[in-house]
Design a protein around this ligand. Sequence first.
Ligand code: IMP
Length: 177
Amino acid sequence: MANYEIKKLIERSEIEKRIGEVAETIDRDYEGKNPIVAVVLKGGFIFAADLLRNMHIRFTLDFIGASSYIGKESSGDIKITKDLDTPLSGRHLILVEDIVDTGLTLHKLCRLLEQRDPASISIATLLLKEIERDFELPVEYCGFTIPNKFVVGFGLDYSERHRGLPYIGYIDMKGQE
Ligand code: IMP
């Protein structure tokens, strides 16, 4: 494995505070709507656990896993690796993600889930990378906007490492500035 360091980007206390604020906004927006809160696997689970513990409204918890074939010609290819258990028709859906990078996976996932006729789809993401995207994503709830660095911790991994870090750090490749 490459020689690298993890540099702290966002402190745990800052993350906890911000997640509380995001939960409050979601509570306000979805009061009485009983949304389906779908955790996008794998990385979304730690953010989701903290978010849900700060929410007070009624919701239905579900999980979804997807992988996209980036690099293939078609941009419509996505494979659902774990589908929702809950029927979507007429329901409000909140997808809970760890990070929106290119946003391609979520973009494709939203298009696929729209076919199931939900009342609405929104995205709650802990992190949003500050990059240009040439499509719209319904990112209604965002913890932090971050620079375009590779980050780990709080559910995010680097080759399945560092998911359990209680803060967000970025990978600093030594001697490769
Ligand atoms: P996308 O480019 O937005 O489609 O990102 C797809 C997935 O790649 C995310 O859900 C993450 O699991 C992973 N990913 C993207 N950027 C990072 C990062 O900086 N650290 C760790 N995982 C990342």
